[in-house]
Design a protein around this ligand. Structure first.
Ligand SMILES: [Zn+2]
Length: 294
């Protein structure tokens, strides 16, 4: 009973002791789990490369009191290798891992839908072998963000008024109100995105890729900004709602000063959003030359 198997995406790794790593996994059936992988930093380790962030693996774990122990790993999809040499895809994947971790605050609480969304997002990022038919990394990331928030219970409305339910489309978007708002519900300071931007966000939430891919550069940029703002607002609230969160800031992780023990609690709320912005910037930089022919 103490030994169990599960499919898992590696979210994060951290050095511990002489040659070991603590691996944070998002599993299909057991939610977010942290496990020790022994000896993985030694040359010739069987596990090392199979337990890099982004890898999808079939893992066997031995249940421990606080941390489990990885006993077997079989790679199912080497997403880490597939995104490694494509900067926009790499940064988008990194942001997705971080968002997935932040949206699963309780260890061992089943989060199968988050797991499936993450695997679907990574698969879409990697895409088919021909780069020309792959979906843009930024759109894949934004779709993942709005859908993950919905699975976490914080779905935004991009059409009907989030407050009174009046049928849309509406011109204003208020993060704190839950999305699109009508004229009478609109709070001060609400954003006024282009109506086509809200259509794009609605298409990403619904997984309507034909509509999403038809959106222009302006809509994509605005949609990214709104998705990031919505994510940040909810992550900050999520952290505030956890009364026992340790507020100790994470030490800077320069080479050589990596802590031996993982700091408790989730990382501060800003980081996932910073990762998201970096991913969006990388994605825009990669697309800019095609968008503006000289
Ligand atoms: Zn309203």
């Amino acid at each position: 009973m103490k030994l169990y198997r599960d499919e898992a995406v590696v979210l994060r790794t951290q050095k511990i002791g002489e040659a070991d790593r603590v691996i944070t996994l998002l599993t299909r059936t057991s939610g977010r789990v942290r496990a020790v992988a022994k000896g993985v930093r030694r040359t010739g380790s069987r596990f090392g490369a199979r337990l890099e962030p982004c890898m999808l693996a079939d893992v066997q774990l031995h249940r421990g009191r606080s941390l489990d122990v990885v006993t077997q790993v079989v790679t199912l999809a080497p997403y880490a290798r597939s995104v490694a040499d494509d900067y926009p895809r790499y940064t988008a994947a990194t942001a997705m891992l971080e968002v997935a971790e932040r949206l699963t605050p309780e260890e061992r609480e089943p989060a199968t839908q988050q797991f499936l969304l993450l695997v679907g997002g990574l698969r879409a990022l990697v895409g088919p072998p021909h780069a020309s038919v792959r979906r843009p990394a930024g759109l894949v990331l934004d779709a993942f963000v709005v859908r993950s928030l919905a699975v976490a219970g914080w779905g935004a409305s991009f059409d009907a008024c989030a407050r009174c339910g009046a049928p849309g489309p509406h011109r204003a978007f208020a993060v704190a109100a839950g999305g699109a708002v009508c004229r009478s519900c609109r709070p001060p300071g609400a954003a006024a995105p282009a109506p086509t931007t809200l259509e794009l966000l609605g298409a990403l939430l619904a997984g309507d890729w034909d509509a999403a891919l038809a959106a222009g550069e302006r809509e994509r940029r605005e949609a990214s900004g709104l998705a990031a703002a919505y994510l940040q607002w909810h992550l900050e609230r999520a952290v505030r709602s956890l009364p026992l969160v340790d507020r100790t800031p994470e030490p800077t992780t320069d080479e050589g000063s990596v802590p031996d023990v993982e700091p408790p609690g989730p990382p501060p709320p800003g980081r996932a959003v910073e990762a998201l912005s970096a991913a969006q910037a990388a994605d825009r930089a990669a697309r800019a030359p095609q968008g503006t022919p000289a």
